[in-house]
Design a protein around this ligand. Structure first.
Ligand SMILES: [Zn+2]
Length: 156
């Protein structure tokens, strides 16, 4: 997570830019990241990146003009198509069906009353079991084994 010291190394920010960065760090944390960082690749201009770690897997958004752009893009990628606790898919677009998440100031929030959120966009189907194991009760769309067993025809 971003610490005070690291914040001092970031370029001067407007209130809006700082809120964008804080909101991204906050929602990435709420999605269960074990690490979140923003950084700068020294050898080239406009190479800010943001990176998060989920269940041992690193997800990075690179080549941004600013740390707040990098963090915001990473957050949006992780949120979009994720699972909201209300059991709908998270959407960031009002015209797309699902639970609309919007940013107000330094906080992303859902349009429903259920807040917790599960990583979306970048997660491949094959990783879902690992995610479930890692996040336990945070994951909302856990397959219902009893239900599946009930549908299976019983052998005589
Ligand atoms: Zn929701």
């Amino acid at each position: 997570m971003i610490t005070g010291d690291e914040f001092d190394e970031l370029p001067p920010m407007t209130v809006e830019q700082r809120q964008q960065l804080i909101a991204a760090a906050d929602v990435i944390g709420r999605m269960g990241a074990s690490l979140f960082e923003v950084g700068y690749l020294d050898d080239d201009a406009g190479r800010w990146y943001a990176s998060a770690r989920y269940a041992g897997r690193r997800v990075t958004s690179e080549a941004h003009a600013s740390p707040w752009d990098a963090a915001d893009t990473l957050a949006r990628t992780l949120m979009d198509g994720g699972g909201c606790k209300c059991a709908r898919r998270v959407t960031l677009d009002p015209d797309t069906p699902g639970c609309l998440w919007t940013r107000t100031g330094d906080r992303w929030s859902s349009s429903c009353a259920a807040e917790p959120i599960v990583v979306g966009g970048v997660v491949r189907r094959g990783d879902l079991n690992a995610m479930r194991a890692a996040y336990g009760e945070r994951v909302t769309q856990v397959s219902n084994r009893a239900d599946r067993r009930a549908k299976k025809p019983r052998r005589p």
